[in-house]
Ligand binder design. Structure first.
Ligand SMILES: Nc1nc2c(ncn2[C@@H]2O[C@H](COP(=O)(O)OP(=O)(O)OP(=O)(O)O)[C@@H](O)[C@H]2O)c(=O)[nH]1
Ligand SMILES: [Mg+2]
Length: 213
């Protein structure tokens, strides 16, 4: 069976856990990660659940995907790299990571910047870009990380999103109404089957939007 390609760009403020998530996806050691200082391209083949295979043999319910994950530096002074990453690498999905223990304001600014940088990749002319934005089929995946540090994990993450990120999130939905908008709460360092499923679920959702199954 042919391997399909899936490319994601991981963005978010410094220290939110972008590199940790990518290393985990690659099955690499997640200890002693230093801040990312430039654009890094990672490749990994993974197997994801497929909805369309109805066979009773569970092995056929999976399909292989070659995932290309673009890791970017999160320090504010390096956000211009995000523009370059979005312009240089076609992306199926933008994973925007949030650390609920960090200041929300800088992260809201970061999310707004992602929206603006992505817009700039559509057209040099801002009016034309806004028009194209209404039609473009991209995927914006908000990932609240570090739920291991929170009291009620997913419920608490939902509350934080509604209280702090709703306005910026709604702007994104209004600007890109034809795109997919999702969110998930995870802990990139938590080793459990349940967490493996949540993390796989992010990539399964993105591939389903792209490939339809
Ligand atoms: N408690 C907890 N810590 C985490 C989690 N994910 C990442 N971290 C820690 O957060 C710190 C920063 O993680 P990184 O993956 O380097 O963050 P980054 O977003 O890549 O940071 P930059 O490269 O500077 O943009 C590290 O010490 C991680 O171990 C998590 O789910 N829970
Ligand atoms: Mg990093």
């Amino acid at each position: 069976m042919l391997t399909r390609d899936l490319s994601v760009t991981v963005l978010g403020n410094t220290g939110v856990g972008k590199s940790t998530l990518i290393r985990r996806l690659k099955g690499e050691n997640i200890e002693d990660i230093s801040p990312t200082t430039s654009i890094e391209v990672h490749q990994k083949s993974i197997r994801l659940k497929s909805q369309s295979f109805k066979s009773a043999f569970s092995i056929e319910r999976y399909r292989s995907y070659r995932v290309r994950a673009i890791d970017c530096p999160g320090d504010m002074s390096l956000w211009p790299y995000w523009k370059k990453a979005l312009a240089d690498y076609d992306t199926n999905g933008i994973i925007f990571m949030i650390d609920p223990t960090q200041d929300a304001k800088v992260q809201i600014d970061a999310l707004t910047q992602v929206s603006n940088y992505f817009l700039m990749t559509l057209d040099d002319d801002v009016v034309r870009a806004e028009r194209k934005a209404r039609k473009v089929k991209a995927i914006f995946f908000l990932v609240v990380n570090k739920v291991d540090l929170m009291d009620f994990s997913k419920g608490k993450a939902d509350q934080i999103l509604r209280e702090n990120y709703q306005t910026a999130w709604n702007h994104l939905k209004e600007r890109y109404p034809n795109s997919g908008h999702y969110w998930e709460a995870i802990s990139a360092i938590e080793k459990s089957e349940e967490m493996d499923d949540s993390i796989d679920g992010i990539f399964e959702t993105i591939k389903r939007e792209i490939y339809g199954d």
